[in-house]
Design a protein around this ligand. Structure first.
Ligand SMILES: *[C@@H]1O[C@H](CO)[C@@H](O)[C@H](O)[C@H]1NC(C)=O
Ligand SMILES: *[C@@H]1O[C@H](CO)[C@@H](O)[C@H](O)[C@H]1NC(C)=O
Ligand SMILES: *[C@@H]1O[C@H](CO)[C@@H](O)[C@H](O)[C@H]1NC(C)=O
Ligand SMILES: *[C@@H]1O[C@H](CO)[C@@H](O)[C@H](O)[C@H]1NC(C)=O
Length: 454
């Protein structure tokens, strides 16, 4: 009986120990590849230098229905398409070749005014539109070429048609502007708002779908912290002074407005502001809003955060921690001091670059070793890019971010353990042939279960 109790106890403990490690690699690549119409076309693109596999790095990610989209910014030349997708239905390979989105021609730079130049971030909304934030800056690591101010492109994901193109007015794209992050407030499909973060000339551009116009918001909280620019990732040290970066929206509150959580990249602080302030153009562009911005707190040493995403169902803010090879989480209903880690891995989870939660409650994270790509080199013989996946519920298991267990869930868990126990019981009962032993065993397991659940 005691032995069996211990077995149950051990099983439960093992469950606890491994649960914090439950992101798994869904896709991984040494180098990115594309699905050309024929092998000849692929070789010809490589020969012409239109496709240089070593220069292609995935950066932003989004999942909508059966497609997983990635952005492939043009840091260097030889990127044949800067936005592409893979088919989640096709499970034949863990290293699938990508298809350009929406088409090859949309990516042609020989065009006087190319449709897409170098997007960093994308977001699919609940209305079936894909919002693309295109920096329109190519070759930042070589010969920089500007194709114009940053733009928002909005595609219809039912047929991949371009619905709208909003080029930022010159007054909203400054001399050193660099737009690399995007959040979409889509509670109302007709009155949707986009928020685009400028890291280079710290600021936030708000775009109204209904009014088809944008405005630029300034605040000191968008600026980098001069004392938080040190980065050190797997032996590569560098300094960045990047401003406004990670953006995440809460679900709408009773007044219909969300809270925008945000942070600069070179900073360990987190801030927030209500979108009621940002969505009113008159108010948002006036100095009166200064005190409407809130300081949440600091994540501590080395905890500069990159991309972030708020899962509306659980209220959990997920954020990447590039310096710590980790994915962090914060339950927004708790104090900002209570943070936790969902996942860490010093070997494979290197430079987590983007996070999303899709309609099916799956959490996706892309890690791309960006620091090696920029400051060293990526070895084509090893796995360089990985996309991790886990169901939100599993990812949060045994973190302080998990929502408090509801009574039905507790009862469900109890049922699970009791079922396991009944199996154990049958085997034990066979040996000892004693109903009393089985009963005590059940009670022992029940007590263990209760102490584990509470
Ligand atoms: C994927 O499969 C689902 C159902 O299994 C189907 O409805 C959908 O059209 C497929 N998607 C693609 C892109 O093939
Ligand atoms: C940045 O790192 C260097 C060493 O890598 C250290 O000497 C310096 O004090 C650090 N600066 C700050 C502001 O932390
Ligand atoms: C926007 O803000 C201004 C200034 O505070 C205010 O006068 C105006 O009523 C607001 N507009 C709306 C639509 O709330
Ligand atoms: C990763 O490396 C850091 C610093 O070298 C170390 O403190 C940390 O424990 C490591 N994390 C894991 C999960 O091995």
């Amino acid at each position: 009986m005691n032995a069996a109790c211990i077995i149950v106890g051990v099983l439960l403990c093992v469950g606890v120990a491994v649960a914090k490690d439950n992101l798994r690699v869904a896709y991984e690549w040494r180098e990115m590849d594309f699905q050309y119409d024929s092998p000849d076309q692929r070789w010809s693109a490589i020969e012409r230098g239109a496709f240089k596999p070593a220069n292609v790095i995935p950066f932003g990610l989004e999942v909508y229905r059966q497609r997983l989209f990635v952005t492939l910014p043009r840091w260097r030349d030889g990127v044949p398409a800067s936005l592409a997708y893979l088919d989640l239905n096709d499970t034949s390979s863990k290293m699938p070749a990508l298809r350009p989105f929406p088409s090859w021609v949309s990516h042609s730079l020989s065009d006087a005014d190319p449709e897409l130049v170098s997007p960093f971030r994308i977001k699919a909304d609940r209305c079936g539109r894909l919002w693309v934030l295109d920096s329109r800056i190519a070759g930042v690591l070589e010969q920089t070429k500007l194709y114009g101010p940053a733009q928002l492109l909005i595609y219809d994901l039912h047929n991949d048609d371009l619905l709208r193109r909003h080029v930022l007015p010159a007054s909203q794209a400054k001399h050193s502007s660099f737009f690399a992050n995007l959040a979409i407030e889509d509670a109302d499909c007709e009155n949707t708002y986009a928020y685009a973060a400028d890291l280079g000339s710290p600021g936030l551009v708000v775009y109204s779908w209904r009014d088809q116009e944008s405005w630029r918001v300034q605040h000191h909280f968008f600026h980098p912290d001069p004392l938080a620019g040190n980065f050190s990732i797997n032996g590569i040290e560098f300094q960045w002074d990047d401003g406004l970066y990670g953006l995440a929206l809460s679900k709408p509150q009773s007044d219909g407005y969300s809270t925008l959580y945000f942070h600069p990249l070179s900073s360990t602080m987190e801030f927030s502001v209500k979108t009621s302030v940002l969505r009113n153009k008159t108010l948002a562009t006036s100095a009166a809003i200064y005190r409407d911005f809130k300081i949440l707190g600091s994540r501590g040493m080395d905890a500069q955060a990159g991309a972030q995403f708020l899962d509306a169902d659980t209220g959990v803010l997920f954020y990447t921690l590039p310096n710590l090879n980790s994915l962090g989480c914060w339950q927004t209903s708790k104090s900002y001091n209570v943070q936790d880690r969902v996942y860490s891995n010093n070997n494979s989870f290197v430079f987590p670059s983007d996070i999303k939660v899709d309609e099916e409650r799956r959490l996706w994270v892309l890690a791309n070793q960006l620091q090696n790509f920029i400051y060293d080199e990526l070895y084509p013989g090893s796995i360089n890019f990985r996309i991790y996946m886990a169901h939100v519920k599993d990812a949060l298991e045994h973190t302080t971010c998990a929502p408090d267990k509801s009574l039905p869930e507790l009862i469900g868990k109890l049922g699970e353990v009791l079922r396991t126990n009944i199996q154990l019981e049958t085997t034990t009962a066979k040996d000892s042939n004693s109903a009393a032993t089985a009963l005590t065993l059940s009670l022992g397991a029940l007590l263990l279960t209760c102490s584990w659940l509470l």
